[in-house]
Design a protein. Structure first.
Length: 365
């Protein structure tokens, strides 16, 4: 009888363990006591929504100065518009990781920052005078990279650029580009403030479709692809036979691509630490989540590796295109330092959170 009782008890234990498996791609209900809702609330209220508000303000300034410039295309107005473009592009770096909600539905990032821009498509649109800037085929002819070309690359000198705006359809296209960026941003921001915030904060279960798991995956995907690969790996030739310097960000401005990458990396670290900016108070974030799981070692390692990567980036040329062309080794060293963070994020942190990867890695790394 004792043996039968033992066998029966063992069967119950096995059944219970089997029953705890989740049918949703291997992830079950949250296997820890961390307050995911508090983390999502901090992310939404102190990081995501304020950053979208900053971008909207920056784009409104860009639009106002754009109207001034197209009405009176002189050097002063061009310089002012260029400065506003740089400020707005920096604001963009702080929202690009948030590919969730309406940003995902609208494919927002594809309409805001696909680079390199295809100048032939831009020139064809301008020559035709009719275009649908929301069309997928125009993703490489809109957004910040297109504005970069319009302000810095349509001619060899500022005098020639000013002449273009005085005698052609360039003014209309520039105005339409900025208006489209403003409209998309307003749509995403409005959804966050009227609808998606509540969804984001309440959807905290450990399932593939939950907002918190999607955000964690989107955050890592952005770091791996949008930052590590797009800003460094592709221009440095990590995924190709030769370096591709022209695929760097903001190639027509020629002075801000390194700074944009540092802003992007700082933003990744701030999100990880649950902070709006590097000097803001610390709220709930991935760092605290790891601490709750007794993984202070990993939390510390991730910050250390991000800091090490930043040091590699800070010594680069202000123009990453120039860096590739003059000393690409430093670019690949920065890439290698960034890659170590991918390992910590994509393998160690996801395992600690018991979250499955929901995207396909296709770059061969």
């Amino acid at each position: 009888m004792k043996k039968l009782a033992y066998i029966f008890t063992l069967m119950l234990i096995v059944a219970a363990c089997s029953g705890s498996d989740d049918s949703d791609n291997g992830s079950g209900s949250t296997p820890d006591n961390y307050n995911r809702a508090a983390m999502q609330t901090n992310l939404a209220d102190n990081i995501i929504i304020p950053r979208y508000q900053d971008l909207k303000t920056g784009l409104e300034t860009l639009a106002t100065l754009g109207d001034t410039f197209t009405a009176t295309p002189n050097q002063t107005n061009l310089d002012n518009l260029r400065a506003a473009f740089v400020n707005a592009y920096k604001d963009w770096q702080l929202v690009e990781p948030f590919n969730i909600g309406q940003a995902e539905v609208l494919q927002y990032s594809f309409q805001m920052n696909v680079y390199p821009t295809t100048t032939a498509d831009i020139e064809a649109n301008i020559a035709n005078g009719t275009y649908d800037l929301t069309a997928v085929g125009n993703n490489d002819a809109v957004g910040f990279p297109a504005v970069d070309y319009m302000l810095h690359g349509i001619a060899a000198t500022d005098t020639e650029i000013l002449n273009k705006y005085a005698t052609s359809n360039y003014a209309a296209y520039l105005t339409d580009l900025i208006a489209q960026m403003n409209s998309l941003t307003q749509t995403v921001l409005t959804d966050w403030t009227t609808n998606y915030r509540a969804v984001f904060i309440s959807s905290t279960s450990n399932t593939v479709s939950s907002a918190v798991n999607k955000f964690i995956n989107d955050y890592i995907f952005y770091y791996e692809k949008g930052l590590r690969a797009n800003k460094f790996g592709i221009p440095a030739g990590v995924f190709s036979t030769n370096p591709l310097a022209d695929k760097a960000e903001a190639v027509y401005n020629g002075t801000i691509s390194r700074d944009l990458s540092i802003i992007a990396l700082d933003n990744v670290q701030n999100i990880f630490n649950g902070k709006a900016t590097s000097t803001s108070p610390t709220g709930e974030g991935f760092y605290n989540y790891l601490i709750e799981l007794d993984r202070a070692d990993l939390a510390t390692l991730i910050n250390t590796r991000i800091n090490n990567a930043r040091q590699k980036i800070q010594v680069l040329n202000a123009d990453l295109k120039t860096q590739v062309e003059t000393d690409n080794t430093k670019m690949t060293e920065a890439y290698d330092a960034l890659q170590l963070v991918v390992i910590s994020f994509k393998v160690d942190m996801l395992q600690a959170f018991n979250v499955s990867v929901d995207y396909v890695d296709a770059d061969g790394d």
